[in-house]
Design a protein around this ligand. Structure first.
Ligand code: G5P
Ligand code: MG
Length: 223
């Protein structure tokens, strides 16, 4: 993996099911940086029934965003413990309010935007299986687990997410359009947004990899 000489702060964006988790796994294999997914953290809290989990479960199951102040406090708390590490944020920020909260604390070097048609997404999410403890995702046709229903690394059971029901997916896509698309404009105007369009992760990935290679090489040469 490419070692980074300077701390790099990156964000990956894209609609629900656009492949943020899948591409993040490839990025962290290729470059030394830590993946932090807001959805994975929330689901871990729901699973272990923490106060935060109990507070946010209904919202998430209905395909709605959790309140800005709750998620911003949670993510910024995590990021402050990762001060010396390069990181890749997945699922945060999702509103302009969250982007501003992030901006107050850190300078973002680059924002990867996965632009995948909504029709493609609806098909994917109904065949997604997730290993909750790690956030590893599978898909019955695209990247099936070695043993059906079980995680490759741990052998633990896979589950379908409660918010992957067709009607909830539609609600998540609506909330993406109204609340998250303005964040793309926010980063575009700051000159850090890089958009990758397509319907297949395997075709999008080489472009993301080449872009990050070039970007990180440039950033490594600057202070
Ligand atoms: P999350 O967890 O952030 P979403 O909805 O943004 O959830 P999601 O669903 O996790 O995003 P993804 O990570 O973009 O999708 O996509 P993925 O899991 O990698 O890929 C989707 C499926 O497609 C997988 O099965 C994968 O194997 C398959 N796939 C990938 N590429 C291909 C391909 O080329 N071909 C095929 N056929 N398949 C492919 O957020 C969840 C909830 O948490 C709350 C909200 O309630 C949110 O709805 N939340 C927040 N609320 C407020 N503010 C925030 N910042 C919040 N963050 C989370
Ligand atoms: Mg994800």
């Amino acid at each position: 993996a490419m070692v980074l000489q300077r701390v790099i702060r990156a964000v990956i964006m894209g609609a629900p099911g656009s492949g943020k988790g899948t591409v993040s796994a490839r990025i962290t294999k290729t470059f030394v940086l830590q993946h932090l997914s807001s959805g994975d953290i929330l689901r871990a809290n729901i699973k272990s029934q923490t106060e935060l989990g109990l507070l946010t479960k209904a919202c998430i199951d209905q395909g709605q965003l959790v309140p800005d102040d709750v998620i911003s406090r949670l993510i910024l708390k995590h990021l402050r413990t990762m001060d010396q590490n390069s990181w890749l944020l997945d699922g945060f920020p999702r509103t302009v309010c969250q982007a501003e909260a992030l901006d107050d604390a850190f300078i973002i070097d680059t924002v990867i935007n996965l632009d995948v048609p909504f029709r493609t997404i609806q098909e994917r999410l109904t065949s997604r299986w997730t290993h909750l403890p790690s956030g590893r995702v599978y898909n019955t046709d695209f990247n099936p687990p070695k043993v059906q229903g079980f995680d490759d690394n741990t052998g633990e059971p896979l589950v379908q997410r409660d918010d992957d029901k067709p009607e909830t997916v539609i609600r998540r896509l609506k909330s993406y359009e109204t609340q998250t698309e303005p964040v793309l404009e926010y980063y575009r105007s700051k000159g850090v947004l890089e958009t990758f369009s397509g319907t297949e992760t395997n075709k999008i990935w080489p472009h993301v990899e080449a872009f990050l290679h070039a970007k990180f090489s440039t950033l490594n040469q600057t202070k």
